[in-house]
Design a protein around this ligand. Structure first.
Ligand code: MN
Length: 198
Protein backbone atom coordinates (compact mmCIF):
# COMPACT_ATOMS: atom_id res chain seq x y z
CA UNK A 1 0.00 0.00 0.00
CA UNK A 2 1.65 3.23 -1.14
CA UNK A 3 1.93 6.18 1.21
CA UNK A 4 0.18 9.37 0.12
CA UNK A 5 0.75 13.02 0.93
CA UNK A 6 -1.91 14.03 3.47
CA UNK A 7 -3.93 17.16 2.71
CA UNK A 8 -3.22 20.12 4.98
CA UNK A 9 -5.93 20.37 7.66
CA UNK A 10 -6.40 24.09 6.73
CA UNK A 11 -5.94 26.36 3.68
CA UNK A 12 -2.37 27.26 2.62
CA UNK A 13 -2.77 30.85 3.84
CA UNK A 14 -4.47 29.95 7.13
CA UNK A 15 -1.38 30.41 9.28
CA UNK A 16 -0.59 33.94 8.03
CA UNK A 17 1.01 36.19 9.12
CA UNK A 18 3.12 33.91 11.32
CA UNK A 19 3.66 31.28 8.66
CA UNK A 20 3.37 32.63 5.14
CA UNK A 21 1.39 31.00 2.36
CA UNK A 22 4.28 30.64 -0.10
CA UNK A 23 6.52 28.79 2.37
CA UNK A 24 3.69 26.52 3.52
CA UNK A 25 2.82 25.72 -0.12
CA UNK A 26 6.39 24.82 -1.12
CA UNK A 27 7.06 23.08 2.18
CA UNK A 28 3.99 20.85 1.94
CA UNK A 29 3.63 20.31 -1.82
CA UNK A 30 7.31 19.83 -2.60
CA UNK A 31 9.38 19.01 0.48
CA UNK A 32 6.87 16.81 2.29
CA UNK A 33 5.85 15.22 -1.03
CA UNK A 34 9.47 14.29 -1.72
CA UNK A 35 9.59 12.31 1.54
CA UNK A 36 6.41 10.44 0.64
CA UNK A 37 7.80 9.60 -2.81
CA UNK A 38 11.16 8.60 -1.32
CA UNK A 39 9.49 6.34 1.25
CA UNK A 40 7.40 4.61 -1.43
CA UNK A 41 10.49 4.16 -3.57
CA UNK A 42 12.52 2.67 -0.68
CA UNK A 43 9.72 0.23 0.15
CA UNK A 44 9.46 -0.78 -3.52
CA UNK A 45 13.21 -1.33 -3.80
CA UNK A 46 13.23 -3.43 -0.61
CA UNK A 47 10.36 -5.54 -1.94
CA UNK A 48 12.30 -5.99 -5.16
CA UNK A 49 15.40 -7.03 -3.17
CA UNK A 50 13.36 -9.65 -1.25
CA UNK A 51 11.88 -10.88 -4.53
CA UNK A 52 15.29 -11.28 -6.13
CA UNK A 53 17.05 -12.41 -2.97
CA UNK A 54 19.63 -9.70 -3.67
CA UNK A 55 20.47 -7.64 -0.59
CA UNK A 56 23.68 -6.10 -1.89
CA UNK A 57 22.23 -2.56 -1.56
CA UNK A 58 20.51 -3.17 1.78
CA UNK A 59 22.40 -0.47 3.66
CA UNK A 60 21.41 2.18 1.15
CA UNK A 61 17.72 1.28 1.06
CA UNK A 62 17.40 0.86 4.83
CA UNK A 63 18.85 4.36 5.19
CA UNK A 64 16.43 5.70 2.59
CA UNK A 65 13.58 3.97 4.43
CA UNK A 66 14.57 5.61 7.74
CA UNK A 67 15.24 9.05 6.23
CA UNK A 68 12.07 9.35 4.18
CA UNK A 69 9.90 7.49 6.69
CA UNK A 70 10.93 9.82 9.51
CA UNK A 71 10.50 12.86 7.26
CA UNK A 72 6.98 11.78 6.31
CA UNK A 73 5.94 11.07 9.91
CA UNK A 74 7.39 14.26 11.41
CA UNK A 75 5.96 16.52 8.69
CA UNK A 76 2.51 14.95 9.11
CA UNK A 77 2.61 15.55 12.90
CA UNK A 78 3.98 19.07 12.38
CA UNK A 79 1.12 20.14 10.06
CA UNK A 80 -1.41 18.68 12.48
CA UNK A 81 0.01 20.43 15.55
CA UNK A 82 -0.61 23.90 14.06
CA UNK A 83 -3.87 25.75 13.52
CA UNK A 84 -5.00 29.19 12.34
CA UNK A 85 -6.31 30.46 15.63
CA UNK A 86 -4.09 30.61 18.67
CA UNK A 87 -6.96 29.95 21.04
CA UNK A 88 -6.15 26.64 22.68
CA UNK A 89 -3.85 25.92 25.56
CA UNK A 90 -2.59 22.82 27.34
CA UNK A 91 -5.50 21.16 29.15
CA UNK A 92 -5.23 20.31 32.84
CA UNK A 93 -3.66 16.89 32.35
CA UNK A 94 -0.94 18.17 30.04
CA UNK A 95 -0.45 21.39 32.01
CA UNK A 96 0.13 19.39 35.21
CA UNK A 97 2.75 17.27 33.47
CA UNK A 98 4.45 20.31 31.90
CA UNK A 99 4.60 21.92 35.34
CA UNK A 100 6.00 18.76 36.85
CA UNK A 101 8.64 18.12 34.19
CA UNK A 102 9.54 21.69 33.12
CA UNK A 103 8.57 23.87 36.12
CA UNK A 104 5.80 25.78 34.28
CA UNK A 105 4.45 26.48 30.78
CA UNK A 106 6.61 29.54 30.26
CA UNK A 107 9.79 27.68 31.21
CA UNK A 108 8.78 24.78 28.97
CA UNK A 109 8.37 27.18 26.03
CA UNK A 110 11.72 28.78 26.77
CA UNK A 111 13.49 25.42 26.83
CA UNK A 112 11.68 24.24 23.68
CA UNK A 113 12.56 27.46 21.83
CA UNK A 114 16.18 27.33 23.00
CA UNK A 115 16.44 23.70 21.87
CA UNK A 116 14.93 24.59 18.46
CA UNK A 117 17.24 27.57 17.96
CA UNK A 118 20.27 25.45 18.83
CA UNK A 119 19.58 22.49 16.52
CA UNK A 120 22.76 22.19 14.47
CA UNK A 121 22.07 22.38 10.74
CA UNK A 122 18.79 20.78 9.69
CA UNK A 123 16.40 19.28 12.15
CA UNK A 124 13.47 19.50 14.47
CA UNK A 125 12.49 20.20 18.05
CA UNK A 126 10.11 17.67 19.56
CA UNK A 127 8.13 17.45 22.78
CA UNK A 128 7.53 13.79 23.41
CA UNK A 129 6.30 11.34 26.00
CA UNK A 130 8.76 8.69 27.09
CA UNK A 131 6.65 5.81 28.45
CA UNK A 132 9.72 4.06 29.89
CA UNK A 133 10.87 7.06 31.94
CA UNK A 134 7.24 8.08 32.40
CA UNK A 135 8.03 11.70 31.68
CA UNK A 136 7.86 14.42 29.07
CA UNK A 137 11.10 15.17 27.21
CA UNK A 138 12.19 17.84 24.77
CA UNK A 139 14.52 16.36 22.17
CA UNK A 140 16.50 17.95 19.37
CA UNK A 141 16.42 15.99 16.16
CA UNK A 142 19.44 16.34 13.89
CA UNK A 143 19.29 14.30 10.72
CA UNK A 144 15.87 12.98 11.58
CA UNK A 145 16.73 9.34 11.00
CA UNK A 146 19.21 9.48 13.91
CA UNK A 147 19.33 10.45 17.55
CA UNK A 148 15.92 9.28 18.61
CA UNK A 149 15.08 7.80 21.98
CA UNK A 150 13.43 4.57 20.88
CA UNK A 151 9.89 4.30 22.07
CA UNK A 152 9.07 7.93 22.69
CA UNK A 153 5.76 9.29 21.45
CA UNK A 154 6.05 12.68 19.72
CA UNK A 155 3.50 15.26 20.93
CA UNK A 156 4.53 18.68 19.57
CA UNK A 157 6.79 19.05 16.54
CA UNK A 158 8.61 22.06 15.14
CA UNK A 159 10.38 21.94 11.77
CA UNK A 160 13.56 24.06 11.79
CA UNK A 161 15.04 22.95 8.49
CA UNK A 162 15.80 26.10 6.49
CA UNK A 163 13.09 25.26 3.93
CA UNK A 164 10.56 25.62 6.76
CA UNK A 165 11.17 29.34 7.23
CA UNK A 166 13.83 30.78 4.94
CA UNK A 167 11.59 32.57 2.40
CA UNK A 168 10.05 34.82 5.02
CA UNK A 169 12.46 34.69 7.96
CA UNK A 170 15.82 34.10 6.19
CA UNK A 171 18.51 33.46 8.82
CA UNK A 172 16.25 34.58 11.68
CA UNK A 173 15.25 31.16 12.95
CA UNK A 174 14.49 32.52 16.41
CA UNK A 175 11.94 34.98 14.95
CA UNK A 176 10.18 32.12 13.14
CA UNK A 177 10.07 30.11 16.37
CA UNK A 178 8.65 33.04 18.31
CA UNK A 179 5.93 33.56 15.69
CA UNK A 180 5.24 29.82 15.55
CA UNK A 181 3.99 29.70 19.14
CA UNK A 182 0.99 31.72 17.89
CA UNK A 183 -0.12 28.90 15.61
CA UNK A 184 0.35 25.89 17.87
CA UNK A 185 -2.77 23.72 18.00
CA UNK A 186 -2.86 22.74 21.67
CA UNK A 187 -6.03 20.70 21.22
CA UNK A 188 -4.10 18.24 19.08
CA UNK A 189 -1.21 18.19 21.56
CA UNK A 190 -3.65 17.60 24.44
CA UNK A 191 -5.21 14.74 22.53
CA UNK A 192 -1.89 13.12 21.65
CA UNK A 193 -0.79 13.38 25.28
CA UNK A 194 -3.92 11.85 26.76
CA UNK A 195 -3.62 8.92 24.32
CA UNK A 196 0.12 8.56 24.99
CA UNK A 197 -0.19 8.22 28.75
CA UNK A 198 -3.01 5.67 28.60
MN1 MN B 1 10.27 20.40 6.51
Amino acid sequence: MAHTLPELPYPYNALEPHYDEQTVRIHHDMHHKAYVDGLNNAEAKLAEAREKGDFSLIKHWERELAFHGSGHILHTLFWENMSPANTGKPDNTLADRLNQDFKDLDTFKKQFSAAAVAVEGSGWAVLCWNPMFHKLEILQVEKHQNLTQWGVIPLLILDVWEHAYYLKYQNKRAAFIEAWWNIVNWEVVNDRFSKAVK
